[in-house]
Design a protein around this ligand. Structure first.
Ligand code: FUB
Ligand code: ZN
Length: 667
């Protein structure tokens, strides 16, 4: 199965078109300013600075030829920033070692944005930026500004930490997007040259580097490059990386002897990938790896690999995922924690990790249309991914907690990773450009297709076409998501073609939906999809999914959520905020038979369904004796206050200033 061609899917959706336009009009231009360090109040990036510095060096090298003395490697740390922006030297590297990837993600988003409509000014800016980036590439194809500037003699000597292969992965993905959007090959050729250079160095043969990426992504990127070019060598390199990971002796031990004897969970290199069943280690790395594994399983039919992917997916969603679709519960190593350990106030739940989960789920859908993958994809997208970006597209969350008391996260060192308001930018700015590339590429996640069937995974207003047995079938969808569950689909031109349409029945609808079909017949229901066939020349499908607010409880093994519920409605998770309900949200309790009133609110700039319910604020009254001072006293009773509780979608929290927030409510 393949994703429907993004260029062939036009989104015109009340909800998502707005988000796409925001990324196009605000986020992409803003990020360009950031990449060039032109926003004084945001953390400097040095991304374009580094490409320029590497380009300068390259030019000197070319001019002086043999007489040029290349810099010898000086370790300048994993992240280097000058004291003040004006102190930055034009020939030095600054930022995190993977700073190049910020441009690659940006150009990827630019490519997708250009696919949705022309923008000559943006394209011109991108072309000039590509000139700068390509000028940094060494004649042999190598392209990573950290080593070009700091000394090539140590390149590929620290695969575990130094991200050269991670940058390669992002370069490939950015280059593919820009090429597909514009037909311009410059960046793509640069990416291919870097990939070719890496392919010439890495492998199991004598004299080659027998390693693999410390931070995965190159795997899935190389499969995408193979999909585009048909060049087997890219597939072979991706397969090599996946097959080597976790073999004994662990490659990273060669670089870092202190790792000896310690299982390398962090990099998912503790055991060979086909034996992995539990999602572990750094969450973004993990889901990027699993996405690459799923690509490989699809392309090769490797049953053991597919089995591992299925187990890993289940491990995440059954034991390690927040109700918001966030993953990676602990800031220690930005990692997955133990099964069922899902703390709400110290949650890490990195935006990039939720994005990676979307990648993984979508790749599983390409293997098998099973609604459990689409459900998770939709959950992560509507909740944690969107939470990562402010309504104005100008500030971002890296960490997405489910319970926030602002004062605590500012003063408590265990929570300093949790920010009560979105930040303008980050020194380590992996998340904002990742959001931009995902939202602009949404057209890729709505459908997948095989020979005869178009599978509808996300209900997003859109137009697409599918060629089936010599006929071009057009499919046009209108969707009320996420405000309501009403979907209308028109199918034209399918008569006699054998065309089938598979409609996902979201898990959250709990079997409650109404489906009216004219001009086609229902064939079967399988794995959460209804299959329609025998289409007339024009058919109309009318679906109404029940979006009633539901109280959701976590499995009792999630100790943190015992005696608490979260409220969901359709794909949206709700939360309470101090600005609506007063602070001390942890005192609030709702009844299990609570009934919610839906209110359409315009205060967020567009129509948003908010929820109201009667609830209680419970304040324990502590009376004498207070044997140890003021803090503790004998419990006497609860003071109960009737309140009207207001809930808003979780992804909208912290858009009205700093205040308390909680997803879970006492019951
Ligand atoms: O290491 C590159 C990126 O920075 C990771 O994906 C994020 O988790 C952050 O650590
Ligand atoms: Zn991130």
């Amino acid at each position: 199965m393949i994703p429907a061609d993004i260029k062939n899917t036009e989104i015109r959706d009340e909800f998502w078109s707005r988000k796409q336009a925001l990324v196009r009009k605000e986020v992409i231009p803003y990020q360009w300013e950031i990449l060039n360090d032109r926003i004084p109040e945001a953390e400097a990036s040095y991304c374009m600075h580094n490409f320029k510095a590497a380009g300068l060096l390259n030019e000197k090298m070319r001019k002086k030829g043999d007489a040029f003395e290349a810099p010898r490697f000086t370790y300048r740390g994993f992240a280097v920033f000058p004291e003040k922006r004006e102190d930055a030297k034009e020939d030095e590297f600054y930022g995190f070692v993977f700073q190049d990837s910020d441009f690659y993600k940006w150009i990827e988003a630019v490519g997708y944005a250009l696919m949705t409509g022309p923008d000559p000014v943006l394209e011109e800016t991108a072309d000039r930026a590509i000139d700068i980036v390509c000028a940094a590439q060494l004649p042999n194809g190598y392209l990573d500004t950290y080593y070009i500037i700091n000394g090539m003699d140590k390149s590929f000597s620290d695969l575990r930490d130094h991200h050269e292969l991670y940058c390669l992965g992002h370069l490939i993905e950015g280059a593919i997007s820009y090429y597909q959007a514009t037909g311009k090959e410059k960046l793509l050729k640069t990416a291919e040259r870097y990939a070719d250079y890496v392919a010439s160095l890495f492998g199991t043969e004598e004299g080659k580097i027998n390693g693999y990426p410390g931070h995965e992504i190159a795997e899935m990127a190389l499969f995408a490059l193979y999909d585009l070019t048909g060049e087997e060598r890219y597939k072979n390199l991706a397969e090599y990386f996946i097959n080597e990971r976790g073999k004994e002796p662990n490659y990273f031990e060669k670089e870092h002897p202190d790792m000896k004897g310690k299982p390398d969970y962090y990099h998912q290199a503790h055991i060979p990938v086909r034996e992995q069943t539990e999602a572990v280690g750094h969450a973004v790395r993990a889901v990027y790896l699993y996405s690459g594994m799923a690509d490989m399983a699809r392309l090769t039919g490797d049953a053991a690999l597919l089995n591992a992917c299925e187990k890993l997916f289940d491990s995440i969603v059954n034991t390690k995922m927040y109700i918001t679709g966030g993953i990676g519960a602990t800031h220690l190593g930005e990692s997955f924690s133990l099964p069922y350990d899902l703390p709400n106030d110290t949650a890490y739940s990195e935006t990039c990790a939720a994005i990676g989960l979307v990648f993984f789920a979508e790749r599983m859908l390409r293997i098998k249309a099973d609604s459990k993958y689409a459900d998770v994809m939709e959950l992560a997208l509507f909740n944690t991914v969107l939470s990562g970006m402010a309504l104005d597209g100008k500030s971002f969350f890296y960490v997405n907690p489910l319970d926030v008391i602002p004062e605590n996260c500012k003063k408590d060192e265990r929570k300093t990773h949790v920010k009560p308001v979105r930040q303008k930018w980050f020194g380590c700015a992996c998340c904002p450009p990742n959001i931009a590339r995902l939202i602009t590429s949404l057209g890729r996640y709505i459908y997948t297709e095989d020979e005869n069937t178009l599978y509808t995974h996300l209900y997003v207003g859109s137009d697409t076409t599918k060629a089936v047995n010599g006929k071009l079938v057009s499919v046009s969808m209108e969707s009320g998501f996420p405000n309501n569950g009403n979907v209308k689909i028109a199918v034209n031109g399918a008569k006699g073609s054998g065309f089938r349409l598979a409609l996902r029945i979201p898990g959250w609808t709990n079997g409650k939906y109404r489906l009216d079909v004219t001009g086609a017949s229902e064939k079967e229901e399988k794995d959460g999809y209804i299959y329609l066939g025998e289409f007339s020349e024009s058919a109309a499908i009318d679906i109404s999914f029940d979006m009633i607010p539901r109280l959701m409880a976590a499995d009792s093994r999630v100790a943190e959520d015992n005696l608490k519920v979260a409220v969901t409605r359709g794909p949206i998770v709700y939360c309470m905020e101090g600005v609506d309900n007063g602070d001390k949200l942890r005192q609030i309790r709702i009844d299990k038979n609570v009934s919610f009133t839906e209110e359409m609110s315009g205060e967020f700039g567009y129509d948003v369904v908010t929820l109201k319910a009667d609830a209680k604020r419970i304040i324990p009254s502590v009376s004498a004796p207070r044997p140890f001072g003021e803090l503790y006293g004998e419990f006497s009773s609860f003071e109960e206050k009737e309140i009207s509780l207001r809930l808003i979608p979780y992804y909208l929290w912290a858009n009205r200033g700093e205040n308390e927030m909680s997803v879970y409510i006492n019951i």
